[in-house]
Design a protein. Structure first.
Length: 604
C-alpha cells in the first residue's frame, strides 16, 4: 500500500518537472520569427509580440518591431496603412502604449470611428422629485457648446410630449444620439426647489434599465450609445468593440460598455475575460470560472486559456495545462499563441526573462549566461577589460577589446569612452582640460585633440596628437623635430639617432663602429681610378704591336727582342685599315696620361 503511494508521488514529481515551461526557449523562438521588425508582416502579430517581449530585455528587437509598426501607420493614425480597421489599430495602440510611445492621436481616431449602437431602445433622462422649475442642459457637439432650457410643470416636461423624462435622441434634437453616439450632458436643476434625483435610463419595451443615478440637483451624465464596426463607422461588431474598448481602457475611460453588456455572450471565455479586464466586474469573472474545463483549459485553446490566466484568481490548473502545451522548439504554436502564453506565464517567472535582459543578475556568471541560464558563457566576460591572458581578443570579445579594434585611437568618443580615445575601456586616462589657455601637455596630458581650448597648432608645444601624421590635429609647425621620423624601423634620409632613435639606433651604432676602424678616404678612390686608366692604356698599347708580349706567372711582361726601327709605317693587312701609330707616338700618349694622373693626386 505504501509502495503505491510512493510510486504516485514519484510520478507527480516527474510530471511537475516536465511541466516546467522553458520560457527562455519560448522567447528565443519568438525572436527568431522576427523579420525586419515584423512578425508575419501582420499588425496584430507584431503588436502582441511587442507586448510579450517588452520586459524581456530584447531591447533592439522590440525597437525594430516598433519601427515596423510606425512604418505601417496610415496618415490618419490607424492601421494597416492601406486599409485601416479597428482591431488592428487597437492592438497597435496597446503595443505602442506599453512601449512608451504617444498614443493620443490613435485614441482620437478610434473615438471618431465609433458608430451609433444598433441596440433597439431609448435613452431617457429623468428629473425625479421635481415639481416645478427649470433645468439647464449643456453638451458639446463638434466642439460647439449647446445650451437647452427645460421647463418642468407639475413633474412633467411640456416640451417633451408632457412626459416626466427627456428622450435624449429626439427631445433635445432629432437623432442627436444617432449622429453623435457618445455625448456628455451637464444637467443643472438647482433652480428647482426640491430634492432632485437625476436618473439615466435605457428603455426597451416595458423594461427600464438604470444606467446612472445621481441624488443631486446637478450632475454630469455620459450616454455611451456607441460601438465599433470592422472599419471606420461600420456597423457594430462585437469583436472589434471588445478590443477597441480594452485598448482605450489602458489610457482613459473605456467606451461602448452598454453595447458590450447588451451583446455579451457568457458562454464565450474570450468575452468574459475581456469584459472583466475592461470593467473589473466580478460577475464576468464568475462566468469565466464556470467555463473552465476539468483539464484546466478554456475550450482547449492556448490563446483563450492564456487570456483567462491574465484575469483568474486561481490560475494553477490553467497554468499547468498551458505549460504542457509548449512544443520542443519552445513555441506554443503560432506567434499569436506564443506571445499570449508568455504574457500569461510572465507573472510566474519573478523577473521576466532574466536570461535575455542584457544584465548580469540572478546568479549569472556573465551577461545572460551561466548560472541559471542555459547558455554557457564564452571567453568574453564583458567587463570592459581586454584580458588577453584569458583568451579575449577583438574577434571573440570586441566589447572588451575595443583598443585592439583601433577604437581607442580613431579620434572619436566610442561606446564607453569617457572622452575622445581615453577613459573607460581605453588604457589612456583623459586629460584634465582646465581651459586656462595654456597647453599643459607634460603636466596634465592636455592635447589639441582632447583640449582644443588650451592646445592648438602654432602654440610651439608638440603634443602627442600633433605628432601623429594620420591625426586630424597633426601639426608640422609645432613638431619640426619629428617631421623626419616615421617610425618604420628604417633609418631614412634626414633621420638620425637624435630625432628618430627608434629607427636609427642600430644604424648609428654600426656607423660609429666603422668610423673607429679603417677609414675609406676619397683619395683612395682617385688612385684606383688612375691605376685603372694606366692598365687600360697599357693593354691598348701592347695589343697594337706586331708581336704580343708574353705574360709570365709573376705578372710581368717578358722582354721583347730588339728590332731595327722602321721609318715607314706598316702596310695594312686588309683594304681600308689605317697604319698604326709609331712607338714614339704611343710613348708620348702614355706619358701624357701619367702626368695627368700625377696632377690629380697632388691636387688631393
Amino acid at each position: 500500500m505504501k509502495l503505491r503511494y510512493i510510486i504516485i508521488f514519484i510520478l507527480l514529481l516527474i510530471q511537475l518537472s516536465i511541466a516546467q515551461p522553458d520560457t527562455d526557449k519560448a522567447f528565443e523562438w519568438l525572436l527568431s520569427q522576427q523579420e525586419e521588425g515584423s512578425y508575419n508582416n501582420d499588425i496584430i502579430d507584431t503588436s502582441i509580440a511587442i507586448l510579450a517581449l517588452k520586459g524581456s530585455g530584447a531591447t533592439s528587437q522590440v525597437e525594430k518591431s516598433i519601427d515596423y509598426l510606425l512604418s505601417q501607420k496610415n496618415p490618419s493614425n490607424c492601421w494597416p496603412k492601406l486599409n485601416c480597421n479597428v482591431k488592428d489599430t487597437s492592438f497597435a495602440l496597446l503595443a505602442l502604449d506599453a512601449a512608451g510611445e504617444s498614443t493620443t492621436e490613435i485614441a482620437d481616431w478610434l473615438k471618431d470611428a465609433q458608430s451609433s449602437s444598433s441596440t433597439t431602445g431609448k435613452w431617457l433622462l429623468e428629473i425625479a422629485n421635481a415639481q416645478d422649475g427649470e433645468c439647464t442642459i449643456k453638451y458639446n457637439k463638434q466642439n460647439n457648446e449647446i445650451v437647452k432650457k427645460i421647463k418642468i410643470e407639475d413633474g412633467k416636461i411640456p416640451s417633451c410630449n408632457n412626459n416626466n423624462w427627456i428622450d435624449l435622441n429626439s427631445c433635445l434634437e432629432s437623432n442627436l444620439l444617432t449622429r453623435y453616439p457618445s455625448l456628455t450632458f451637464d444637467v443643472d436643476c438647482s433652480s428647482v426647489n426640491s430634492n432632485v434625483i437625476i436618473v439615466l435610463l435605457f428603455n426597451v419595451g416595458n423594461t427600464y434599465t438604470f444606467v446612472d443615478n445621481v441624488e443631486s440637483s446637478s450632475a454630469t451624465i455620459t450616454v455611451d450609445n456607441n460601438c465599433y464596426g470592422t472599419g471606420f463607422k461600420d456597423r457594430c461588431n462585437m469583436d472589434s468593440t471588445l478590443y477597441a474598448s480594452y485598448a482605450l481602457s489602458k489610457i482613459e475611460e473605456p467606451t461602448s460598455i452598454f453595447y458590450l453588456k447588451s451583446n455579451y455572450d457568457s458562454n464565450n471565455p474570450e468575452h468574459s475575460a475581456l469584459m472583466n479586464l475592461i470593467t473589473e466586474d466580478s460577475g464576468f469573472l464568475d462566468d469565466l470560472t464556470k467555463k473552465q474545463r476539468t483539464d484546466g483549459s478554456f475550450e482547449n485553446s492556448v490563446f483563450k486559456t492564456s487570456l483567462a490566466i491574465l484575469t483568474l484568481e486561481d490560475k494553477d490548473n490553467a497554468l499547468e495545462w498551458l505549460e504542457n502545451k509548449q512544443n520542443s522548439d519552445g513555441s506554443f504554436g503560432s506567434v499569436f499563441d506564443t506571445s499570449f502564453a508568455l504574457l500569461a506565464l510572465s507573472p510566474e517567472l519573478g523577473e521576466l526573462a532574466s536570461c535575455l535582459d542584457n544584465t548580469k543578475n540572478q546568479g549569472e556568471e556573465g551577461i545572460d549566461c551561466g548560472g541559471p541560464c542555459s547558455k554557457e558563457c564564452g571567453v568574453c566576460n564583458l567587463n570592459d577589460v581586454c584580458e588577453e591572458e584569458k583568451g579575449e581578443d577583438s574577434d571573440n570579445c570586441p566589447s572588451d577589446c575595443l583598443e585592439s579594434l583601433n577604437l581607442c585611437s580613431n579620434g572619436k568618443q566610442d561606446d564607453n569612452e569617457e572622452g575622445i580615445d581615453c577613459g573607460g575601456p581605453c588604457s589612456k586616462e583623459c586629460p584634465s582640460c582646465n581651459n586656462d589657455g595654456k597647453c599643459e601637455f607634460d603636466t596634465f596630458g592636455e592635447t589639441s585633440l582632447q583640449c582644443p581650448k588650451d592646445c592648438s597648432c602654432g602654440d610651439d608645444i608638440c603634443d602627442s596628437t600633433e605628432k601623429d601624421r594620420l591625426s586630424n590635429t597633426y601639426c608640422a609647425e609645432d613638431c619640426r623635430e619629428e617631421l623626419t621620423c616615421n617610425d618604420d624601423g628604417i633609418c631614412d634620409t634626414g633621420e638620425n639617432s637624435n630625432n628618430c632613435p627608434d629607427d636609427c639606433e642600430e644604424q648609428s651604432t654600426l656607423v660609429s663602429e666603422e668610423q673607429e676602424g679603417a677609414g675609406f678616404p676619397f683619395t683612395a678612390i682617385i688612385i684606383i681610378v688612375v691605376i685603372g686608366l694606366i692598365i687600360v692604356f697599357s693593354i691598348y698599347y701592347f695589343t697594337k704591336k706586331k708581336k704580343k708580349p708574353e705574360f709570365n706567372l709573376f705578372g710581368r711582361f717578358a722582354k721583347e727582342p730588339k728590332e731595327k726601327p722602321s721609318s715607314r709605317p706598316e702596310i695594312p693587312k686588309f683594304p681600308g685599315s689605317k697604319p698604326s701609330l709609331k712607338e714614339t707616338d704611343l710613348d708620348k700618349e702614355l706619358d701624357r696620361s701619367l702626368e695627368e694622373a700625377r696632377k690629380l693626386i697632388k691636387r688631393k
